[in-house]
Design a protein around this ligand. Structure first.
Ligand code: C2O
Length: 536
């Protein structure tokens, strides 16, 4: 194993997209940011220096951070942010993981431009469980706002209304050809006959996406840095925070083919950015002036396309990569995830109310001291451990909501003993209207054992759980008006954030944290914090 050193200078950089320029927050002046390469079992040390006016923290999304919660990154959950001028070295091991993940800012809405790929190769000499590709390429999907994203969310919080949507989606930083500007969009160069591994990442703030390439099928071999049974498809569905590795064979020999990243939102209750980002798959030897073979992306509400893809994913579950699904469960939890409205006398534009979001009817309030610090140093008054295992009131989650369902504010965690096995059913609620929620759990991978529409019915639905080869991930979409059941083992002591990866929902409070106690064994406790951990 090696130690990989990286230096991330967080700096402003004037960047032009859609014919207009604005200063954006970047790592080393790049958008998307630099790719972090490592091998399974390597140690990674990233020295982050904050040169911008915002407080900053960086999250290594999907890296398990076993016993090193101090390097996880979510601001006020595992660390206080780096203030202007401060430096912090994130120091962690990549234990037992290989594949594609992403890093991103985990404070405010800085993730909009502060993100990049993490590529973890297998240990030296260990092959992929699929044919070796000729080449590998990172494909990052994101969004672009013409205006300043911090201003967008601050304005929304003041008014109580939903924030403005982005002006475009992007593929490796580019929306596509923009008439009247010299911008051509991203070109993915291929050679006829060769096979490519695309490491596709959705880093967008607020949009699930469909990804498609004209006249080329994709074979999905990995999601969220876990191997899956090869799945051939013409369309990939990918939620913010998710990653998908897919093989593509350049079997057409020549030509140019359209690549699309288009929004998926089955029941949009607020406006969505409806613009499809495009890029070009360009065979070597093809003239730049030749015409591009087009493809039509699925309609925005193509739930059937999304369901088919999602329901087809299975863990590889081979001898070498077995799916270690917990067969018994110590903690059975049901968390509702939903949007709602709370009174807000100062919200004039919102008519005296504001949009909120909650889990089990609790709108999470960010503390001012990081939860992990409060836990480790026994600082009282920062959080309470009474996050409910079930919704406080049972109602028809996907039907007409009861009147007066204002949420309660709180900084509550759910406490788990070390190594407890957990089944968590995430139930969407239709408080304003149903919406999909890509829920991300820090510190763990989980198995997606079940998924369905309507209200979860424990007796009936648990009978059909897949405990053999369910897909293993770190971020899962809870279907609009439905539920998803996950299982995991709490084998990582610390405080771990669980939240919707649609940034607007997180901002509104769709988040909570698990507190996992230390175990009794020699390697079962949280390590002490590094000396340069930022102070609050
Ligand atoms: Cu990718 Cu808590 O986030």
């Amino acid at each position: 194993c090696r130690v990989r050193h990286y230096k991330f200078n967080v700096v402003m950089k004037n960047t032009t997209r859609l014919c207009s320029s604005k200063p954006i927050v970047t790592v080393n002046g790049k958008f998307p940011g630099p790719t972090l390469y490592a091998r399974e079992d390597d140690t990674v040390i990233v020295k982050v220096v904050n040169h911008v006016k915002y407080n900053v923290s960086i999250h290594w999304h999907g890296v398990r951070q076993i016993r090193t919660g101090w390097a996880d990154g979510p601001a006020y959950i595992t660390q206080c942010p780096l203030q202007t001028g401060q430096t912090y070295s994130y120091n962690f091991n990549i234990t037992g993981q290989r594949g594609t993940l992403l890093w991103h800012a985990h404070i405010l809405w800085l993730r909009a431009t502060l993100h990049g790929a993490i590529v973890i190769l297998p240990k030296l000499g260990v092959p992929y469980p699929f044919p070796k590709p000729d080449k590998e390429l990172v494909v990052i999907l994101a969004e672009w706002w013409k205006s300043d994203t911090e201003a967008v969310i601050n304005e929304a919080l003041k008014s109580g209304l939903a924030p403005n949507v982005s002006d475009a989606h992007t593929i490796n930083g580019h929306p596509g050809p923009v008439p009247n500007c010299s911008s051509q969009g991203y070109t993915l160069p291929v050679e006829g006959g060769k096979t490519y591994l695309l490491r596709i990442i959705n880093a967008a703030l607020n949009e699930e996406l469909f990804f498609k390439i004209a006249k080329h099928n994709l074979t999905v071999v990995e999601v969220d840095a876990t191997y899956v049974k090869p799945l051939e498809t013409d369309t990939i569905v990918i939620a913010p925070g998710q990653t998908t590795n897919a093989l593509i064979t350049a079997e057409r020999k020549t030509g140019k083919y359209l690549i699309t990243a288009s929004p998926f939102m089955d029941t949009p209750i607020v406006a969505t950015d409806n613009v499809t980002a495009t890029a070009t798959l360009h065979y070597s030897g093809t003239l730049a002036s030749s015409s591009t073979t087009l493809t039509i992306p699925p309609p925005r509400n193509a739930t059937s396309v999304s369901d088919k893809f999602t329901n087809s994913l299975r863990s590889l579950n081979s001898k070498k990569y077995p799916a270690k699904v917990p067969k018994t469960v110590d903690h059975k939890l049901l968390f509702t995830a939903g949007l709602g409205v709370n009174p807000c006398p100062t919200c004039k534009a919102g008519n005296g109310s504001r949009a909120v979001a909650s889990m089990n009817n609790i709108t999470f309030v960010m503390p001012t001291i990081a939860l992990l610090q409060a836990h480790f140093f026994n600082i009282s008054g920062v959080f309470t451990t009474d996050f409910p295992s079930n919704p406080p009131t049972v109602f028809n989650y996907t039907g007409t909501p009861p009147a007066n369902m204002a949420t309660k504010n709180g900084t509550k965690v759910y406490r788990l003993p070390y190594n407890a096995t957990v089944e968590l059913v995430l139930q969407d609620t239709g408080m304003i209207a149903p919406e999909n929620h890509p829920i991300h759990l820090h510190g763990f991978n989980f198995f997606v054992v079940g998924r369905g529409l309507g209200n979860y019915n424990a007796r009936k639905d648990s009978k059909s759980f897949n405990l053999v080869d369910p897909v293993e991930r770190n971020t899962v979409g809870v279907p609009s008006g439905g539920w998803t059941a996950i299982r995991f083992r709490a084998d990582n002591p610390g405080v771990w954030f669980l939240h919707c990866h649609l940034e607007v929902h997180t901002t509104w409070g769709l988040k909570m944290a698990f507190l996992v106690d230390n175990g009794k064994g020699p390697n079962e406790s949280l390590l002490p914090p590094p000396s340069d951990l930022p102070k609050c």
